[in-house]
Ligand binder design. Structure first.
Ligand code: PLP
Length: 316
């Protein structure tokens, strides 16, 4: 409901995290060799899932407003994809959010070419500023969008409780396939969530985490401006967990790893988020949600030292 979706409890399938939702949807809709369109970069474990199912993964470039939907039509005409996978809010890894205009264009194109959309809203309730856009599912009168959400980022990943929203024959197939996969998502966990997480408590928790994470995001952005060399690019995210950095062209995020390890800091190298890993060489993903502002400042200062060392090393 927080994302503008009006649905009925019968159209919600509780899953063991949204990772299971992604797996169930891909397994019932797709065959080996089918083309799936994804944002480039995208969530690494979605890529690994699609690879495990032997799908052909085709990446659509993104910018600070999410998937560049205006590049889609020729791909739809030439490649006949069987699914479009998108993370429209605070995308993992880029932090980008898809504009309202692009959401509308995407649903119109998917309608025209009759392609289902898998909308992964893993952190949509973690907004710190800017205006929320309606979920793509909320713009879809025809039941083309399969929406998935999770309590992993808003509450805790160990719960392993997520959900799907969809209708019609697809929902029936998902319910049947889930039953033979795991019978049910832990009813103990579902009952616990039901008892302890009232709407009011959930909203209060979101407000608290929102305040905390906003401070941490701002601390990281300030430290980036202060400690990292110029030539590093980032687009500040309006929510979520991640800041995405692009190093100046000749620097490799993989080459940087041993140097940051020596400085005692960690990041996710960009290669793992791209359909073609070499496209991600100059990117790194930072998580601002898990550390205090003080630790963030120390971490970014050390990252800056490691980058300076890499620059010197490259100069030889
Ligand atoms: C974009 C995205 N989708 C889905 C998931 C899976 O989350 P879970 O299975 O914990 O709900 C994650 C986890 O990091 C994610 O980043």
């Amino acid at each position: 409901a927080s994302q503008g979706i009006q649905t009925h409890p019968d159209h919600i399938l509780v899953t063991s995290g949204s990772q299971q939702a992604l797996a169930l949807v891909s397994q019932i809709l797709l065959e080996p060799g089918d083309v799936v369109l994804v944002e480039n970069p995208t969530y690494n474990l979605a890529l690994d899932l699609f690879r495990a199912l032997e799908l052909k993964i085709v990446g659509v470039p993104i910018d600070e407003h999410g998937m560049q939907v205006e590049l889609l039509e020729p791909l739809l005409q030439q490649l006949h994809p069987r699914l479009i996978y998108t993370i429209p809010n605070f995308q993992n890894p880029s932090g980008a959010s898809m504009s309202g205009t692009r959401r509308r264009q995407l649903i119109a194109l998917a309608d025209r070419y009759n392609i289902p959309i898998l909308e992964d809203d893993f952190a949509g309730d973690l907004r710190y500023d800017g205006r929320a856009q309606p979920a793509i599912k909320a713009l879809d009168p025809g039941g083309r969008v399969i929406y998935t959400g999770t309590f992993s980022k808003m509450l805790m990943p160990g719960l392993r409780v997520g959900f799907l929203v969809t209708e019609g024959p697809v929902l029936r197939r998902l319910v049947e396939f889930k039953r033979v996969t795991d019978l049910t998502t832990s009813t103990l966990m579902q009952r616990t969530l039901d008892v302890y997480v009232t709407v009011g408590r959930y909203q209060a928790h979101l407000r608290r985490s929102g305040r905390l994470y906003r401070q941490r995001r701002d601390a990281m952005l300030a430290a980036i401006r202060r400690y990292l060399p110029s030539g590093i690019h980032t687009d500040p995210p309006q929510g979520g967990l991640f800041i995405w950095l692009r190093l100046p062209e000749n620097l490799s995020a993989l080459g940087l790893l041993p140097l940051t390890a020596e400085e005692g800091v960690e990041y996710a190298p960009g290669a793992r988020f791209f359909a073609n890993p070499t496209d991600g060489e100059s990117f790194l993903r930072l998580n601002f949600a898990t550390q205090t502002p003080e630790d963030i400042e120390t971490g970014i200062r050390r990252l800056g030292i490691a980058i300076e060392r890499l620059i010197l090393k490259n100069r030889g």
